[in-house]
Design a protein around this ligand. Structure first.
Ligand SMILES: [Zn+2]
Length: 117
């Protein structure tokens, strides 16, 4: 089994992506890995199908509870959208935090240099 190359997480192979499916479904994934995972899955039909099938197995117990009312395709789309949205929100939050820290530093610098009193 191929191990995930830790220095290059920005692009994953199909093999690596498929190995990551269980942790993706269990939400046990680092943000940077999840980003790379989503990026690959969105551009690779094979892995997307593999993820969809795994999701079906993962959620199969719900068939027993909800029976015909459980629409796996609709549910899969919803789950994918949520995970995808979560990544963008988390990334946006990090960028906002960096901007905020930057602004604080600039303000402090201005005080120190005596420009603002
Ligand atoms: Zn793939």
């Amino acid at each position: 089994m191929m191990r995930l190359n830790k220095t290059n997480k920005s692009s994953l192979s199909c093999r690596e992506t498929m190995d990551l499916i269980p942790s993706f479904l269990d939400s046990e994934m680092e943000l940077s890995t999840q980003q790379a995972f989503l990026k690959h899955v969105k551009s690779c039909e094979n892995c997307m199908e593999e993820l969809r099938v795994s999701y079906l197995f993962h959620e199969s117990h719900r068939y027993l509870d909800e029976g015909l009312y459980f629409d796996v395709d609709e549910d899969f789309k919803k789950m994918f959208k949520e995970k995808n949205g979560f990544v963008s929100t988390a990334v946006r939050a990090r960028i906002m935090l960096l901007i905020l820290i930057g602004l604080c530093l600039i303000t402090l610098m201005l005080y120190w240099t005596g420009v603002m009193v």
